[in-house]
Structures are given as C-alpha cells and as structure tokens.
Design a protein around this ligand. Structure first.
Ligand code: A3P
Length: 303
C-alpha cells in the first residue's frame, strides 16, 4: 500500500469504533453507514457464501474451501491473503480503501464471499440467486473466549473490558453481530429451505477428513485421496499458524496487533475451561438451557 494511504489508515484506526444497532444487531458504525450498498448487493448464481458468527472458524473453512477449489494446489492458495481471496461483504474500512462490496463487485466469478450477518440481514439477492452457503457454528463458550481475545487485538472492534464485563456483554448479545444464540438458531431454522451446509467447528476438529469431504460434495468437487490428504495437512492449525496468507500477519499491527493476541491463538475445543470461573459456568449453563430450549441443535463443549 502507498505510504500516504497507510499513514492515513493508521490515523483513522487510532480510536476504537462505535457500534450502531441495525434491526437490533450491534454493528460497526462504518457498516451501517453503507447499509444501502450492502442491502442492494448483487449476488451471482455461482457465488459461494461462507457465513459464521465471529470466531467460529471462518478463516479455517475459507482455507479448506479454497484448497478444494484449487484442487490442493498450495501455491495457488498462497496467491493472496484470506481477506483478499474472500471479500467480506459488510466490511467498510476507511476511504480510500475499498469496501467489501466494492471488492466483491470487482472480482470475477466464481466468487467465495464472507459474511458474519445473522440470516435476516443477508442481502436478498443471495436467496433470489439460490446461492450455496456454508454456515459454520462453534460452541458458545469457546467462541466467547476467542472473541474476547480478538477484541483485544482487533482495533476495528470495541475494547472488550474485563473478562467478567465481557461475559455479560456476550451473554446479552451486546457485541458486534449480536447474540450468538439468535445467530446459530436463525441459520439452523433456515438451513432446509435453502442450499445451506450447516457445519460445526468441533466436528471439523474431530475428523477434518470427513468434514472436508462434506464440503467438497456440497460444492460438487471430486477429490482424489492424495489431494484430500494434502488439504487435511495444509489446513491444520499448525500449518495455518505459520502461513502468512492465512494467519492475517499481512495486516499492519495498528489493525490486528498480534503481539496482544495472535489471530491463530489456540485452535482447540474446550479452552473455555481455562477462563470460565465455576460461578460463570453455572450461570452460563442455566442461561444456555433457557435460550436454547426448543431447538434441536446440539453443541459439544469438549471432545
Ligand atoms: P481461537 O481464538 O480459539 O484459537 P474466525 O476465523 O472465525 O475469526 O475464527 C478464529 C478461530 O478459529 C481462532 O480460535 C483460530 O485459532 C481458529 N482457527 C483458525 N484456523 C484453525 C485451524 N486450522 N484449526 C483449528 N482452529 C482454527
């Protein structure tokens, strides 16, 4: 990036953003400012949308899907960082940087796009064009911990406050992209009405080979056994942690300060046990039972 542009970006990132509620969902103000552009986004029939609540394993699934689409060609997957390969449709960085919508519009088909929107905020053209969507869900306890560390290091989000304050904010949905509960339930209820593959982070962790096969089948790609094996290796936590095209190390530290917390932090199931107090865990479980009653989704909090 041109040094002048970089400096202006650095200055604009000095203050953490405000959130504005859109249909009751807190979002960075910059996203709400371009809401009309996002709402009228034109999806194409061969677009693939990868949608998640933040910290559910978005980047992991992006890497897997790209490896499938490139038939296991590692060099092709290293052509650009994740955020360039997969435009994030609701992101609106300071001008003159292009918004996610502008980046997507400039991209030739077939496109793989990213969103963290709850199902009701997805631009309607995705449904009109009958686009395929891969939704990835992760258990709320691990998401909460991962999001807490992410908010510390990501200058594009609010400071998380103390862990105890964050626990309350997360449980009441007062974090960017809203309530985890509404998000996972909303997509779950929609999944049989559209072409939606609903996956779980814990399942991918348990048996990446099985879940990669599911993704390949969904996007209609045949994978040779050795390609499948290569994808499993290349998209492991250890491999992605040292891959600059997948670990966000290409972003300047005034955006993602990885000395505060690395983007590829732990990549495990059950790290919440190192953070939740006994009392928080009891409160969480009580609240969870109530908020998740009436849904058939089953999350695993440990493997
Ligand atoms: P942790 O903070 O728990 O380590 P997202 O891409 O949606 O922002 O999610 C980031 C989370 O996914 C981080 O979780 C990150 O470490 C984890 N992750 C990324 N790649 C992974 C991989 N290959 N295997 C396991 N976890 C991965």
């Amino acid at each position: 990036m041109d040094p002048k542009m970089l400096e202006s970006l650095r200055l604009s990132m000095q203050n953490r953003p405000e959130y504005v509620e859109l249909d009751g969902i807190p979002l960075p103000k910059s996203t709400c400012d371009i809401w009309d552009r996002i709402l009228s986004f034109q999806a194409r029939p061969d677009d693939l949308l990868i949608c998640t609540y933040p910290k559910a394993g978005t980047t992991w699934v992006h890497e897997i899907v790209d490896m499938i689409q490139q038939n296991g060609d590692v060099d092709k997957c290293k052509r650009a960082p994740t955020y360039v390969r997969n435009p994030f449709i609701e992101i609106a960085p300071p001008k003159p940087l292009p918004s996610g919508v502008e980046e997507a519009e400039a991209m030739p088909s077939p496109r793989t796009l990213k969103s963290h929107f709850p199902v009701q905020l997805i631009p309607s053209s995705f449904w009109e064009q009958n686009c395929k969507v891969i939704y990835v869900a992760r258990n709320a306890k691990d998401v909460m911990v991962s999001y807490y560390y992410f908010q510390k290091m990501n200058k594009g989000l609010k400071e998380p406050g103390t862990w105890s304050e964050y626990f309350d904010a997360f449980q009441s949905g007062k974090v960017a992209w809203g309530s985890w509960y509404d998000h996972v339930k909303g997509w779950w209820e929609r999944k049989d009405r559209q072409q939606i593959l609903y996956l779980f982070y814990e399942d991918i962790k348990e048996d990446p080979r099985r879940e990669i096969k599911k993704m390949a089948q969904f996007i209609k790609k045949d994978l040779a056994e050795e390609v499948l094996e290569k994808i499993v290796q290349q998209t492991s936590f250890q491999a992605m942690k040292v891959n600059p095209m997948a670990n966000y190390s290409t972003l300047p530290s005034f955006i993602f300060d990885q000395s505060v917390s690395p983007f590829m932090r732990k990549g495990s199931v059950g790290d919440w046990k190192n953070h939740f107090t006994v009392a928080q865990n009891e409160r969480f479980d009580e609240d969870y039972e109530q908020k998740m009653s009436g849904t058939s989704i089953r999350f695993r909090f440990e493997l």
